[in-house]
Design a protein around this ligand. Structure first.
Ligand code: NAD
Length: 273
């Protein structure tokens, strides 16, 4: 079934459901991304730090899928800051991916210890003007870090943040909505570290005859989040995309909302430099 697209605040469209390759072994990335493309995914989320941009690029080259059907995101790692180094880093990513532009380029973490984040973001603004990145955004910039970015007058199209039922980023939601910044939910399934099957999600899954993962993915989609769950297994790629033939009721959505516990499964951006 066709994946819906959302319109970003820069007028560009993005497939709402994609495939992420965090922790996908570089040696296996080409095969796994080819599997994902075969399963119908067209939006792939990678990052320089994942070390697998070359494998992602090799899969595109082999797949025969046309460039304009693909939506490719990559991210600038934390040790690359300032105009010159940022330009160099994007060049390196494009070369590894075998592309002349990415669809979305993100600053991976806010790195509060760096004094060059604003200069870096202004350089992202140039990338958008030059067409090297069709859209630009940030990642892990929650309510503490987004205001400084907004002061530049360059509004990110997306903010990619840890978000799943027990960690819903409630403090950042208003700011993101006010600025029409779309949420990309990373760790959308809690990275497999949360036993969502044994919460109300398991009960809902039984009643709608879907898996717990499909129910969580459906919850994200109905919330308007963009997401790209990761799996190495083809049958789960198919399962995670088979979420467009059912709908959660308002009551089921509210029951999942109520799982919010302020509980991250991964790092606090304040501590990542
Ligand atoms: P995720 O929530 O997608 O969880 C992945 C894990 O969930 C898999 O390893 C697997 O164990 C399990 N899983 C997947 N499908 C399943 C299914 N159908 N049934 C049962 N278990 C299933 O976590 P993630 O990979 O961390 O996040 C998704 C993507 O987000 C990443 O691949 C990456 O692209 C991105 N990401 C970004 C950041 C960032 O800082 N910007 C951080 C982490 C991840």
């Amino acid at each position: 079934m066709t994946v819906p697209t959302l319109t970003l605040n820069d007028g560009k469209s993005i497939p709402q459901l994609g495939f992420g390759v965090f922790k996908v072994d570089p040696a296996e990335t080409e095969r796994i991304v080819l599997d994902a493309l075969e399963a119908g995914y067209r939006h792939i989320d990678t990052a320089a730090i994942y070390g697998n941009e070359e494998g992602v690029g090799a899969a595109f080259a082999k797949s025969g899928v046309s460039r304009d059907e693909l939506f490719i995101t990559t991210k600038l790692w934390n040790d690359r800051r300032g105009a010159e180094d940022t330009r160099k880093a994007l060049g390196e990513s494009l070369e590894k991916l075998g592309l002349d532009h990415v669809d979305l380029y993100l600053i991976h973490w806010p790195t509060p210890a760096s004094d060059k984040v604003i200069e870096t973001w202004e350089t992202f603004g140039e990338f958008r003007e030059q067409g090297l990145a069709t859209s630009i955004g940030v990642s892990n910039f929650d309510h503490r870090y987004l205001p400084a970015i907004l002061e530049t007058g360059i509004v990110p199209a997306v903010d990619q943040i840890e978000l799943h039922p027990q960690f819903q980023q409630v403090e950042s939601l208003d700011l993101l909505a006010q600025n029409d910044i779309k949420i990309e939910a990373w760790g959308p399934l809690g990275q497999g570290k949360v036993d969502y099957a044994n919460t109300v999600i398991g009960e809902i899954a039984q009643s709608v005859e879907k898996s717990w993962a499909q129910v969580v993915i459906r919850w994200h989609l109905q919330k308007g989040h963009i997401l790209f769950p990761k799996t190495n297994r083809k049958e789960r790629m198919v399962e995670n995309k088979n979420v467009f033939d059912f709908e959660l009721s308002a009551e089921q959505m509210a029951a999942i909302d109520a799982l919010e516990a302020g509980a991250r499964v991964s790092a606090d951006p304040a501590e990542v430099n």
